[in-house]
Design a protein around this ligand. Structure first.
Ligand SMILES: Nc1ncnc2c1ncn2[C@@H]1O[C@H](COP(=O)(O)OP(=O)(O)OP(=O)(O)O)[C@@H](O)[C@H]1O
Length: 248
């Protein structure tokens, strides 16, 4: 793979949609070789931040870089960053193989890469079935295969655990850990704190568009029973600050 060991750097990012401030002065770094959980309640600003990293929304101020470059300045974006969003859609009448071949052709990747990914994601047997009949877990695998076509060093996954059964969750955990071990930078968003606790090395916790805390999971959880408990503690404190700090 391109194993470029690229860090993602979000720097003083603010994004407003009219009167709604989705992200407010947010900064954090995602290191290579680890799975980082990007966590916060519904509406905290996770998807907006990931879309800003990928230049899919224009920041109001601040921005993000991947290996020191903005997404738009990357020479080969799909070979550098792969992304999966919760609303990824496939043509229901296309087979998994046809779907991947279409994306491979667009990115200039050979058909043998499609076969490799079908194998890697455990989709070889389902390769010639129409995606319209796929389970949530199979759709998730196909989304990951699509994101990995260019063998990117960075993966941005928005709520990849959504709708997965325990077996699917365990598989995803192993798969993402493997990608991180290869030196890739893996950022995974979730609003389910308990679900990701087993999955991530580092966490970035946000709420109402602002950072609550960030760092290695083990260090942060420390004396607390769980990540959820830590989050509750910090946000109760945070709501006290919000009355003086002007947080929305
Ligand atoms: N295109 C948009 N226009 C207006 N408001 C938006 C838009 N996109 C996001 N928002 C608002 O910005 C805030 C943050 O949304 P975002 O989707 O980034 O949160 P999230 O943390 O990903 O939430 P979830 O866990 O529910 O996916 C929300 O209040 C949302 O309603």
């Amino acid at each position: 793979m391109s194993a470029d060991h690229l860090a993602v750097e979000v720097s003083r990012l603010t994004k407003r949609f009219g009167a709604v401030t989705a992200v407010q002065d947010l900064s954090f770094t995602v290191r290579p070789g680890a799975v980082t959980g990007f966590l916060g309640p519904n509406g905290a600003g996770k998807t907006t931040t990931m879309r800003a990293i990928l230049d899919l929304v224009t920041p109001t101020s601040g921005g993000a870089t991947i290996g020191g470059r903005r997404y738009r300045d990357l020479p080969r974006p799909s070979a550098t960053v792969g992304a999966v969003f919760a609303d990824s859609a496939f043509h229901p009448g296309h087979t998994a193989r046809a779907h991947l071949r279409t994306y491979a052709a667009m990115g200039g990747y050979p058909d043998r890469r499609v076969d490799e990914l079908l194998r890697l994601l455990g989709l070889t047997e389902a390769a010639d079935r129409r995606t319209g009949g796929f389970s949530t877990g199979m759709r998730q695998r196909l989304s990951l295969a699509t994101a990995l076509l260019g063998d990117p060093g960075v993966l941005l996954l928005d709520e990849p655990g959504n709708g997965l059964d325990p077996e699917g969750t365990a598989w995803l955990r192993g798969f993402l850990r493997g990608l991180a071990r290869e030196g890739r930078t893996v950022l995974v968003s979730s609003h389910l704190l308990s679900e990701v606790e087993q999955l991530v090395d580092d966490v970035v916790l946000i709420r109402r568009g602002r950072k609550v805390t960030a760092g290695p999971l083990a260090e942060l959880v420390g004396g607390h029973q769980s990540l959820e408990q830590l989050f509750l503690k910090l946000t109760v404190e945070g709501s006290t600050w919000s009355t003086t700090g002007g947080e929305a």
